[in-house]
Design a protein around this ligand. Sequence first.
Ligand code: ATR
Length: 306
Amino acid sequence: MTHYHLDDLSSINADTQKPARFAVIGNPVAHSLSPQLHQPALDALELNVRYIRVEVPEGRVAEAFEKMHEVGIQGINVTVPHKLEALDACDEVGKGARLMGAVNTIVFEGEKKVGFNTDGPGFVRAIREDFGLDLGDLRIVIIGAGGGAGRAIATQCCLEDCPQLTLANRTVEKLTSMQTLLDPLLHGEKLEGPGDRLSIHALDDPALQEAIANSELIINTTSVGLKQSDPSPLPSHWIEPHHLVYDTIYNPSCTRLLRDSQAQGARIANGISLLLHQGALSLEYWTNRDAPIDAMRQGLAEAIRA
Ligand code: ATR
């Protein structure tokens, strides 16, 4: 079975030696790679429990949490489109998740539902792994900052107190409220004065080219690149050899942006490391143990090859 529905939940653990204890909810959810990431980890930790997918219609997230708790689910991942609804359904929410407006991890503490967002902290680990650098040391441009992934990463960049952050989006209006929210977080003394460290641009704003030239890390969080035939969201000549270019897309594994960037002499990485590390952090919240990262990496690699 690829996934369960809400109405299946009452019987999922009725007759099994290996009960479902962890789950991902989404809509659709059938293609989520979370089970391939988490099941090998749970097995490596010798927990003898299952990780399942549950399709949940919009508007029924709180009900899903109640039903899942009743049948013994201990931890939940939340994917599109439920990350905001999940936040509203929590009894407590971590600071990062509150700022990001999105919860991707639920931990049951007794009767309490506590929500976290591991996308931002997972991205910190991803950049360390791929480029050997700390997010908080980099001048950063986020292309597509108005989307869900973009907002989470932008928030994390501010929480890490990065010296300069440029947010770009096709629809620039989506960035104004984020600027108001995030600007006060960049209060440190790194580089520019207060208020100068965060700027917003439309994708077609000519000033974006200069901001990119002055940056070290370029992150694509748009959906441009998901299709093999997609163009790059940026003109290739804007990318220079000093750049690190991270595409949050992992399938296809090398987008047009990454191909162009490599040809320009930049260092590149795709979104596999983000997927891996956000999952590892969720598992750490649930189990209070170090995630068996090699088992997770291997599970993911096999899922993507299949
Ligand atoms: P997610 O939650 O997965 O990040 P999303 O919220 O649908 O996805 O966000 C998609 C992002 O891709 C947005 O930043 C979107 O820009 P708009 O806010 O202007 O819609 C961006 N995007 C999608 N198609 C695009 C395109 N053809 N060119 C530029 N940006 C695009």
